[in-house]
Design a protein around this ligand. Structure first.
Ligand code: BES
Ligand code: ZN
Length: 942
């Protein structure tokens, strides 16, 4: 039986071992009216489940905190008003790493239930604490649990943790900030740390005069205490989940503005970074106003703060009213931020503001459906930024989100959008491309299917119905189909009873609509479908299957890999005979539609609004290749991009020969749109990186020659400036970076020239931001250049500038320098720990650094896990970043052996499977395609 530790048995010093008695999930442990024999250690932890019992519900937290930024510790008290539903002697809640020094229980009139201090038991494995009340707590009554506690300010990125920054005069200053999602509120204060335990929060924070305290709500009152300290009392919050609580004590400076509806928006940053806050302020005001209109629900708090935290692990966090960001996700420096930086900052703000509705106002019931938060927030980024900043043209890049999702979903190790998650590691790992990107793409498909208006009114209904509470997938489908409970129906609400709704026919879709059945095939089933279309006279024969990049129909395992997969696919297609979009809902494995005899070509999945791939049988691909050659603008740029993606995906799976895909992009010289151009070029670059790393000199050389020859004109057209539209600027960044990486002489010469100019100016001259990274990368190949860059890195006040420099430093061909960088990353002084995962990935991308980075990860694995936590973005980024370029069976074995050696951790992670699938995919790609690539290049070069 598991043994639990009793860490604090009040007034009885010492640690007592007790044994656990398992109880049923929803039943309260046995109650007793007798006084327990305190001090004998006979009390055992009363709860054996990971999830808290449901019979005690927190209603209101009164939380008081007193951080000491010099001692790097804090003390606090919390008084939690509880609704008890069943008789019990126990309150079980979460806490992790906290010293709980006093526990008392009060009745509704604040009278103590017992004159003794109460025993507090801990179960560290489940991060739970149980308080024993000798007097029974009666079902139907309210009580107050009062706890005093203390802890160190965390050294990592979770709970209530310390961050630091240096001023230009060299002074180091501390601040204290929080990050709770998904399961770290329990590290800051004892609480019922599950998303469905929504409660109100009244927070007070003590601070010195030199500091500012921030929390979810505005300060209502500030009291000067006897010792000269200040106590800020914040207004009581709305009902919310514990993971959204936040507080910060810092000495930051801010800028503020008010939205049309009267919400005060402020952006905070370290004092010397104040100039970089203005863009974010404008964007936040605009976007908040957009969302209030779009959702037709007022933002419910009087203020919204956005704070740039110098040490921050994620990209940003949507705490209600107090959004925290990594500096690169919020600060925009006109001098050093590129066009992509601007897009990134705008998108992150849009994402976190979308969460104020999707996530904060309406929260998923449990973490298995985190996509209801993250998929929506990711999708709303595109909708809101498209509406507020149309010039950024972000909708052009929605396909990248879908391509990322397909990348993961076409491997056997993928998972359904809604998947079980119980332990903190499993929960943390749910924040992945499936929840975010597949979630967003599936919503995009649904919006296309239902039309914008129906989609919008459906999600507004969802947000209204579940405001301040929690929802499941089913609630979303019901809201979208406008079904309602019989109760609402009979009370005259405008909605359909569920029976009616199931019969409801949406005329625009021309189909009988059963949204739940359809959407379950996308959210409860793993994978992405491949639809194969075959022309047969006037008919189009359709066949669906699961698309897998690592399996082929000739594999013996194929039938079992396909067993049971079926999607309800809202199919669309376009033909040369009309401009209209044809629709068909495909709900069976095979099906057919009539397209007419005289059609020359058919393009299925119009503008890639659907989450599925398409294979054209017979002469289907040849017709499309010809069409692109003759008249590529007959298709939209989205369709062109989609075809390129589709063709190369099929070659990876061994379903289409590589020369077809390469011939398909043979039209790219006449392509003037950035998105398809970058899509095609991206594949060539990926192949180049693979053969370069594998040291296959003939193909590497020929591919380089081919790319530089084929794309000569468009490369030469690029200017080394920041001029032009955002699309033009993005294209320039990518193209010049690739050209220099391929060793293009004119590119290297220009970069060298600009770098010398920059050096001569004593690093004060600002390079055009879009090409700065390329220029630095070329400059970093010389010793003096590398040293000057490291020097500038150390002192720069712009994090986006620093990121560009770091990438350049990590592109050095000198392995000693790469080793030096990795050491600096481990020290965490010059290179912050928050940037270590990207640094490792950058070094791994460099052919000279790949094995270095991989050995480093193996050597420092436990240190890295300590710094970042097992299921985090960072650890996953490190694993994928260092293994994704492997492409041999020896390397696969090496990776497998390493994962075995860390079995206890590796077995808790999905990402280890993903990493191995990725390598397998690369091995197969080379087996299937290297020969074809070689001979195709030989032909071209001739
Ligand atoms: N809710 C997340 C923050 C988060 C991420 C919490 C992972 C716990 C685990 C936030 O809204 C988010 O999605 N942040 C992204 C950036 C965003 C623009 C996609 C991130 O941190 O990368
Ligand atoms: Zn998010």
């Amino acid at each position: 039986m598991v043994r639990f530790l009793v860490l604090a048995l009040l007034s009885l010093a010492g640690v007592i071992q007790t044994s656990a008695s398992p109880t049923q999930a929803s039943e309260p442990p046995n109650t007793t009216e007798e006084q327990p024999p305190l001090g004998t250690g006979s009390l055992s932890f009363p709860w054996s489940h990971l999830r808290l019992p449901g019979y005690i519900v927190p209603l209101h937290y009164h939380l008081k905190l007193h951080p000491n930024l010099t001692m790097l510790s804090y003390s606090g008290t919390v008084r939690i008003e509880l609704q008890v539903q069943n008789n019990t002697n126990w309150v079980v809640l979460h806490s992790k790493g906290l010293r709980i020094t006093t526990a008392t229980m009060l009745d509704q009139n604040l009278a103590h239930l017992s004159d003794q201090v109460l025993p507090v038991l801990h179960n560290p494995t489940h991060e739970q604490t149980a308080i024993f009340s000798p007097r029974v707590l009666s079902g139907g009554q309210k009580y107050f649990l009062f706890l005093e506690f203390g802890a160190e300010l965390g050294e990592g990125f979770y709970g209530f943790y310390r961050s630091t920054y240096r001023t230009s005069t060299g002074e180091t200053r501390n601040l204290a900030s929080t990050h709770f999602e998904p399961t770290s509120a329990r590290m800051a204060f004892p609480c019922f740390d599950e998303p469905s335990f929504k409660a109100n929060y009244s927070i007070s924070i003590r601070r010195s005069r030199a500091h500012t305290a921030l929390s979810n709500m505005p300060v209502e009152q500030t009291v000067v205490l006897d010792d000269g300290l200040m106590e800020d009392r914040f207004a009581v919050s709305v009902r919310m989940s514990s993971y959204l609580v936040a507080f910060i004590v810092c000495d930051f400076r801010s800028v503020s503005a008010t939205t049309a509806s009267g919400v005060k928006v402020s952006v905070y940053a370290a004092p010397e970074k104040w100039q970089q806050t203005h863009y974010a302020l404008k964007a936040a005001v605009k976007l908040l106003e957009f969302y209030e209109k779009y959702f037709n629900i007022k933002y419910p708090l009087p203020k919204q703060d956005l704070v740039a935290i110098p040490d921050f692990q994620a990209g940003a966090m949507e705490n209600w009213g107090l959004i925290t960001f990594r500096e690169t996700s919020l600060l925009y420096d006109p001098a050093t931020s590129s066009a992509s930086d601007r897009v990134w900052v705008t998108m992150v703000i849009a994402h976190e503001l979308a969460h104020q509705w999707f996530g904060n106002l309406v929260t998923m019931e449990w973490w298995n459906d985190i996509w209801l938060n993250e998929g929506f927030a990711r999708y709303m980024e595109y909708i809101s930024v498209n509406a507020t900043y149309p010039k950024l043209r972000v909708e052009d890049y929605l396909v990248d989100t879908c391509f990322a999702a397909i990348g993961r979903d076409s491997l056997n190790s993928s998972r359904p959008i809604s998947s079980a998650a119980e332990s903190p590691t499993q929960i943390e790992e749910m924040f992945d491309t499936v929840s975010y990107d597949k979630g967003a793409c599936v919503l995009h498909m649904l919006r296309h299917y239902l039309t914008d208006q129906v989609f919008q009114s459906g999600i507004v209904r969802y947000l209204r119905r579940y405001s301040y509470s929690n929802a499941h997938n089913q609630d979303l489908w019901d809201s979208l189909a406008n079904t309602c409970s019989e109760e609402e129906f009979s009370s005259g609400e405008h909605c359909y009873s569920s029976r009616q709704a199931a019969k409801n026919a949406y005329l625009y879709a021309g189909e009988h609509l059963d949204l739940t059945t359809m959407m379950n095939t996308w959210t409860l089933q793993t994978g992405v479908p491949l639809v194969t279309v075959t022309r047969q006279g006037s008919r189009l024969l359709l066949k669906q299957e699961r698309f897998l990049r690592t399996a082929h129909p000739s594999d013996p395992a194929w039938p079992s890999l396909q067993q049971g997969f079926l999607w309800h696919i809202p199919l669309t297609y376009r033909t040369d005979t009309s401009t209209s979009i044809h629709r068909h809902l495909m709900t069976t494995l095979t099906d057919s539609v009539d397209v007419g005899e005289e059609v020359d070509w058919v393009k299925v999945n119009v503008d890639m609004a659907g989450y599925y791939l398409v294979h054209y049988d017979g002469s289907g691909w040849d017709n499309l290749i010809q069409l692109l050659k003759d008249n590529h603008t007959a298709l939209t740029f989205m369709d062109r991009t989609h075809l390129i993606h589709n063709a190369f995906q099929l070659t990876t799976a061994g379903r289409l020969s590589l020369d077809k895909a390469l011939n398909l992009i043979g039209y790219l010289r006449s392509e003037s749109h950035t998105v398809p151009l970058l899509e095609g070029l991206g594949y060539l670059e990926a192949f180049y990186r693979m053969v370069e790393r594998r040291d296959i000199p003939d193909v590497t050389q020929n591919l380089r020659t081919y790319i530089l020859w084929y794309f000569r004109d468009v490369i030469d057209r690029q200017t080394w400036s920041d001029k032009g539209s955002v699309s033009e600027r993005r294209l320039r960044s990518e193209l010049l970076s690739l050209a220099c990486h391929l060793g293009d002489l004119p590119c290297l010469k220009q970069a060298q020239h600009s770098f010398t100019h920059w050096l001569d100016s004593n690093s004060t001259h600002n390079l055009p931001a879009d090409v700065a990274e390329t220029v630095y990368s070329v400059g970093a190949q010389e010793d003096t250049g590398w040293a000057s860059l490291l020097q500038t890195y150390t002192h720069s006040l712009s994090e986006t500038h620093k990121r560009k420099i770091l990438s350049a430093l990590a592109s050095s061909r000198d392995t000693n320098k790469l080793t030096r960088l990795l050491e600096l990353g481990l020290e965490g002084e010059v290179i912050r720990t928050q940037d270590l995962d990207s640094l490792i990935a950058m070094v791994a991308r460099n052919p000279r650094g790949h094995h270095l980075a991989w050995s480093y990860v193996q050597k420092y694995w436990s240190t890295l896990v300590d710094k970042f936590q097992l299921g985090s973005f960072s650890i996953r980024n490190i694993i994928i970043g260092t293994t994704a370029q492997f492409s041999s069976t020896e390397e696969l074995t090496e990776v497998r052996v390493f994962f075995k050696s860390i079995h206890e951790q590796a077995s808790q992670l999905r990402v280890t499977e993903v990493a191995m699938d990725n390598i397998q995919k690369n091995i197969l790609w080379l087996q299937r395609n290297l020969g074809t690539l070689r001979s195709w290049l030989d032909q071209q070069i001739d």
